[in-house]
Write a protein that binds this ligand. Sequence first.
Ligand SMILES: [Cu+2]
Length: 174
Amino acid sequence: MKAFIRTRVLAIGVTVAAGITLVGCSDDSAGDAKSGTDVESISLQDSWVKAADSGMTAMFGTIVNGSDTDVTLTAVTTTVSPRVELHEMAPDGSGAMKMREKDGGVVVAAHDSYELAPGGDHIMLFDLPAPVQAGTDVAFTFEFADGATARFTSQVRDFTGAREDYGTGEAHDG
Ligand SMILES: [Cu+2]
């Protein structure tokens, strides 16, 4: 009888120890997330890509940073383009707006959002090897300054506005 009780106590002791180990692990990963980009708290909303048969196109949407720290988006990759750049619109000196690569990437402040929209900042996709067709999905990987990555999906849509800014190489600076 005494031996039986001792065995039960031992079993409970082992269970408790295992529980403590698991808690320790999750505490460690929470600590890592705080020191870097908390990708779980970053989302891309209302995101879409302009349909294009060839050449270049752009992706738009709103990057939402729900984390407690500012994040810096430094690079974007996608399966539909070998060359992707973060672009902004800026005056070209003659009164017209021209797009150019954004220096230092895109900073999204803590608990804030950053809009990528036609006529403003956008993600530029160059050298399309195949048509990007309306109704399909395009996968993107966002890379942040500390090397953390997050994956998002955008829907391809037909878009006729601002065609002169996004549809031709001539309007492009760089
Ligand atoms: Cu551009």
